[in-house]
Design a binder for this molecule. Sequence first.
Ligand code: ZN
Length: 290
Amino acid sequence: MICAIGIDVGGTGIALALVTSAGAILDRREFPTGDYDGSIAQAIAACRELGAVHPVAGVGLCCPGPMNLQTGEILNPFTMSWQGRNPVKDLRDALGLPVYLENDADAALLGEIRFGAARGYDSAVMVTFGTGVGGAVYAHGRLLRGEKKEYPEIGHMPVLPDDLECYCGVRGCLEIVASGTALLKLVELLDLSSIDELFVESDKTRKFHRRLQNLMSGTAAILVRCYAPGIILLGGGVIDHQYEAYARPMRQQIAKMPMLPPGGTTIARAQLGNDAGLIGAASLVFSPVA
Ligand SMILES: [Zn+2]
């Protein structure tokens, strides 16, 4: 059986897996994200180890954006220390295999469309709440791209324009209000013991709950009106623990909206968890997207 290797490069950790063409993970490796040269050397060694067990047709790599999909260069000065480096070229040269690159949010949505919660839908949007907030849009076999294959950044839409200012240049985007990083800052600011406590209604947390409600209902309205998706998936580490707090305001908002796409828009939890990016990236080897 020919497999592919999926590599998911995150801000704190790198996960690699040997993945079948049916999206099943056969073996995996994980290590912390370090400086570029050290991390790539570790990734190459892990690919060789995994490739020794099964023949490998290629490597699919996903990273936080921005990046140049044509050259493979990482262009992310915000959340990665890999800026200006080219993992596609370095992995290809070392392994002699084709290497595909995708933004992590798009890879995760591709995984969910091909093997997870969005199977069978013509169109889907996924929003991933982790350290940052990523998003991706899929319609009729294609991931939505902008000019020069740029990605829409759903995590940085100004949903609450009177709220905090983000490094992205707008106020009140999803990332500055509701990412894992934003939640941790709020826990500190409100002198709470944990993120879980932030999600329990109290005098201290009431204002946050109202903000989150407004943020997520606004997000649902924008996504439904702009993309008319059959399904909106929520994923990421924050959603693993707080799915209902994020999903409920979206469902309530959608229930109030006429002119939906036929059959309405479903809100659902991503199914493949942290493996969505890995599996989606690996699937590029067998079936690349335009
Ligand atoms: Zn932002």
